[in-house]
Design a protein around this ligand. Structure first.
Ligand code: MV4
Length: 613
């Protein structure tokens, strides 16, 4: 086994990996950026190395800086966690070539081959793992897209060969869209994966998202650890994951898991990985009825890393997947057979994101954890890296913690989750705890009939606003008024009984947070004239309707000019953010009176792009 492991990551997953190391008697090395000098993963590690400035490209993604830190620390392995360098075959290859340092993950070769989606589809087809009907070779010509649509019907998905996780996928609903969508998919593929090859699949309208956890060693042992249901997603971001899936019967469950095991075997896969599938939902499925072996399931892609939601599987199987990764990388043989993998009870993971769900899940722009008092008790696990008093680091993703709940069955798991989320006390930053509490009393989620379309297309946003009002600790942006609201909590005793009293005062001067009364924390107001720029486009005021950037990114294209008439729903510009091209649309019609951005400009979240009167 290794003596010292460098964890090339931050936040909860870095701490998660270090915890496994600690239990195996392995010393831990953290790397950190300037923004993370005081972060939890740095405090947890035995030693820590600064790898550069806040910008991830200059620190956590800097191959040489990370490998240099491993050499300086004399670490004998690098664990990448998820995100950052985890699925970067080039980096894995560099680690493999570094004398004395082992890559904790699949081989660079396997990562590269499975990362090329057409190659992965061929491998799976040959291993008799069902793939979505489509092409296994790249398409070049819009005619081919239309021909495929004619033959197999619309919609057709165009996907980038190097893509995955929702990046580089375009949907074609009719022959007239083939041209534009093909071009856009190729452009995204070129921009993000240096590869403009794209392929086709039949687009499934309303699938469930099921994924199977795999672990495999270097001695030919491949095990599956059952499935997770990740259908509850918002704009390709998972929010709650659970296992076993509430929609599958045992026969179908076994078929999908065994297909994944077969696929991993055929690909010569090692270490931990996840096989993603789409399962076609049956529109006429009754409450309590499950999808059976007649349901269609299709392989989508392999995630060649430990995933955020691996914890769900750990709770069900009692197998520490991170320890398995370390053991396999060190050359040990897996010490359990497939028969010994038993799934017990039901588990759910709730991602605790510092976002305001009522404001379109806007990430917090700063703040301090004035109160951080997480739940505990039977069946409750918390993976996090923050403690009370910490400042929120907003340079990376918004997930600050994961709450993982285990129960004897789904019903107990739901009741326990409600209890745990009600106990979770966080003040100073917004979180999506209220949203999770809403889901636990939502008919579609509780009955397990939700699909990947549910959050983006079906759930009424008004209900999220109500949940935020009821359970949120926020008082400012969620309330939708600009007036300063000061809240104080008092405890009063009347006739020997305690009462908690909340007082609200509107228009009063703010009182500092963190006092004995525990002022309710909200999203920090954006600094006037500050870097996060609500007001950086100064000409935009209450007169016109402003179209603002939903996220930080780069303007790829501006579709309107001053004086143009637009209608509600018209695309006014294209914003590249989070590695995707996003159409920015006018939500009201009118005349464009100002175009505040040009092609190539970088914009921050909240910046004004266009003004319409
Ligand atoms: C699809 C699909 C429907 N049909 N492919 C999105 C993420 C990427 N891994 C693949 N994705 C999809 N591929 C075909 N042929 C629908 C999705 C999809 C989706 C998949 C899983 C979970 C959530 C999703 C949300 C929208 C679209």
């Amino acid at each position: 086994m290794f003596d010292k492991v460098l964890v090339a990551n931050r936040g909860e997953i870095a701490v998660r990996v270090m915890r496994a190391c600690e239990e195996l008697g392995i010393d831990t090395v953290a790397v950190y950026s300037e923004a993370d000098k005081d972060s939890g993963h740095v405090r947890y590690a035995d030693e820590a190395y600064n790898v550069g400035p806040a910008r991830a490209a200059d620190s956590y993604l800097d191959h040489e800086a990370v490998i240099d830190a491993a050499k300086k620390a004399d670490a004998d392995a690098i664990h990448p966690g998820y995100g950052f360098l985890a699925e970067n075959a080039e980096f894995a290859g560099k680690v493999e070539e570094t004398e004395g340092v082992t890559w904790v993950g699949p081989s660079a070769d396997a990562m590269e081959q499975l990362g090329e989606k057409t190659h992965a589809r061929k491998t799976m087809r040959d291993a008799e793992v069902p793939i979505v009907p489509g092409t296994t070779d790249p398409v070049e010509d819009p005619e081919e897209v239309a021909a495929f649509g004619d033959e197999h019907g619309y919609p057709v998905a165009i996907k980038a060969e190097g893509g995955g996780g929702g990046r580089g996928m375009k949907v074609v609903r009719g022959p007239d869209e083939a041209d534009d969508q093909l071009e856009s998919a190729k452009r995204e593929g070129e921009a993000y994966f240096d590869n403009d090859n794209v392929y086709l699949e039949r687009y499934l309208e309303n699938p469930r998202h099921i994924e199977v956890q795999i672990v495999a060693d270097h001695h030919g042992n491949v095990r599956h650890l059952g499935e997770r249901d990740c259908s509850l997603q918002r704009r390709h971001q998972k929010v709650i994951e659970e296992g076993p899936s509430p929609a599958l019967n045992d026969e179908l469950r076994e078929e999908i898991a065994e297909a994944a095991r077969r696929g991993a075997d055929a690909a010569g896969y090692t270490n931990a990985g996840t096989f993603e599938f789409l399962v076609e939902e049956d529109e006429n499925r009754e409450d309590g009825e499950l999808l059976g072996p007649d349901a269609n399931f299709y392989f989508l892609e392999v995630n060649t890393r430990i995933q955020v939601e691996h914890t769900v599987t750990e709770e069900l199987t009692d197998i520490d997947i991170v320890k398995s990764q370390l053991r396999v990388a060190a050359g040990e043989e897996l010490d359990f057979s497939q028969d010994e993998v038993e799934l017990e009870g039901h588990s759910m993971e709730f991602r605790i994101n510092a976002e305001n769900a009522a404001d379109d899940f806007a990430p917090a722009t700063g703040g301090t954890l004035v109160t951080y008092d997480p739940p505990g008790g039977i069946g409750v696990r918390l993976d996090d890296a923050l403690r009370q008093g910490d400042d929120l680091v907003t340079d990376y993703d918004s997930m600050i913690a994961k709450l993982i709940v285990h129960g004897a069955d789904r019903e107990e798991c739901i009741a326990r989750s409600k209890r745990a989320l009600a106990e979770y006390d966080i003040e100073g930053i917004p979180t999506i705890v209220p949203f999770h509490r809403l889901m636990l009393q939502d008919d579609a989620f509780v009955s397990g009939t939700h699909t990947t379309k549910y959050l983006d297309h079906t759930l009424d946003p008004e209900r999220i606003a109500e949940a935020q009002e009821k359970w949120g600790t926020e008082t400012d942006s969620a309330a939708g008024d600009d007036e300063e609201v000061v809240e104080r909590e008092f405890t009063v005793e009347v006739n020997g009984k305690r009462f908690e009293v909340d007082l609200e005062e509107r228009g009063a001067a703010a009182i500092p947070a963190g006092n004995a009364g525990g002022a309710s924390g909200g999203q920090k107001p954006r600094p006037a004239g500050g870097e996060s720029g609500d007001d950086s486009a100064s000409a935009a005021d209450a007169e016109g309707q402003t179209v603002t950037a939903e996220m930080q990114g780069t303007i790829l294209d501006v579709k309107v000019a001053e004086g143009d008439e637009v209608s509600s729903g018209d695309v006014v510009c294209v914003l590249e953010a989070m590695k995707m091209e996003n159409d920015v649309v006018a939500d009201r019609g009118g005349t464009v009176t100002q175009v505040a951005v040009g092609e190539g400009d970088s914009v921050d979240m909240g910046d004004v792009l266009i003004v319409i009167e």
